[in-house]
Design a protein around this ligand. Structure first.
Ligand SMILES: NC(=O)c1ccc[n+]([C@@H]2O[C@H](COP(=O)([O-])OP(=O)(O)OC[C@H]3O[C@@H](n4cnc5c(N)ncnc54)[C@H](OP(=O)(O)O)[C@@H]3O)[C@@H](O)[C@H]2O)c1
Length: 284
């Protein structure tokens, strides 16, 4: 069986992150174990989790079962997790992080992220002090945020003197967030696309245009969208519980979109997000 290899993206802190990871949102704790195991078998070396997904123990079991908690395997794996918004703040973040490492059965994670900016209850600067300590302690390699708009990145920078290495945002053909992406590029913040297929909705976007491109290359609609992200230099974390789709979502390097096809997907940008608004949402 082919084991797929993923290109690496160099972050502002010098760390290398695999450009494709597996998202594990909306998979329960028991169910996530075989899902992560099959992903590791296919060649995924990047798992995107969060305390709020309530399945860190299940991810930890998969890493343990597959022998990825230590040694060379661990070195070659990128594990991301996120702090619950309700646990932001210095003391609570310190407690939460200890618990999360225990659940994951790991000595360190590769990336720890603020999950939402919650500007109506802003504690990112204070929370970042704990994050900074985790990094100094060697328990986190890279610090990131999710769902930050430029004003939130500015505010964090003002309070901490630092920009995160990664901003994980909702990004797919029908919601491209060009201003946020341009801001991130200008400040050397890597963009990571969550819901890279709009949870599946974008597979049918543009009146059949994705389907036509897929047919022309003999690939699936999912591969066309994910290939577009790859060509944009974006880190992607598609979620699938199915082994065949997991493999498909890694198999993006046997074809290239021609410039017209790439532009046709660029042109699908629209005003409707699939997820939540960072100005008002909290993921408790
Ligand atoms: N930071 C944040 O606030 C935030 C928010 C949302 C998501 N995320 C992260 O981003 C990850 C991905 O986002 P997402 O799960 O919302 O959406 P997504 O990856 O765009 O889409 C997942 C959906 O597409 C289906 N799918 C996957 N591969 C497919 C393929 N090759 N062909 C056809 N359908 C396919 C999946 O079904 P099956 O599973 O049945 O295959 C699932 O229904 C999450 O798991 C999570 O890790 C982060």
């Amino acid at each position: 069986m082919t084991v797929f290899h993923t290109p690496m993206i160099t972050l502002s802190d010098g760390n290398l992150i695999p450009q494709i990871g597996l998202g594990v949102l909306r998979i329960d704790d028991e169910g996530v174990t075989p899902v992560v195991e099959s992903a590791l078998e296919a060649g995924y070396r990047h798992i995107d989790g969060a305390a709020g997904y309530n399945n860190e123990a299940g991810v930890g079991r998969a890493l343990q079962n597959a022998g990825f908690t230590q040694g060379e395997n661990r070195k070659n794996l990128w594990v991301t997790t996120k702090l619950r918004d309700s646990e932001q703040g210095y003391d609570s973040a310190r407690k939460a992080f200890d618990r999360q490492l225990d659940l994951l059965q790991l000595d360190y994670v590769d990336m720890y992220m603020l999950h939402w900016p919650t500007p109506f209850n802003w504690r990112s600067g204070e929370t970042w002090k704990a994050f900074d300590e985790f990094r100094a302690e060697g328990r986190v390699r890279t610090l990131g945020v999710c769902n930050f708009l430029p004003e939130h990145l500015e505010r964090l920078h003002k309070e901490t003197g630092e920009y995160p290495a990664v901003n994980q945002i909702e990004l797919h053909p029908t919601w491209q967030q060009r201003e946020v992406v341009a801001y991130c590029k200008a400040h050397n913040i890597a963009v990571e696309a969550y819901s890279p297929m709009a949870r599946g909705a974008d597979l049918n976007a543009g009146d059949g245009v994705i389907e036509r491109i897929a047919r022309a290359h003999g690939v699936t609609e999912a591969q066309v969208i994910l290939r577009w992200h790859i060509e944009n230099g974006t880190i992607i974390i598609p979620k699938s519980v199915h082994a065949d789709r997991q493999r498909q979502n890694l198999d993006l390097f046997g074809f290239v979109l021609d410039p017209d096809e790439h532009a046709a997907i660029d042109a699908l940008d629209g005003p409707t997000r699939a997820g939540h608004d960072p100005m008002t949402f909290t993921y408790a």
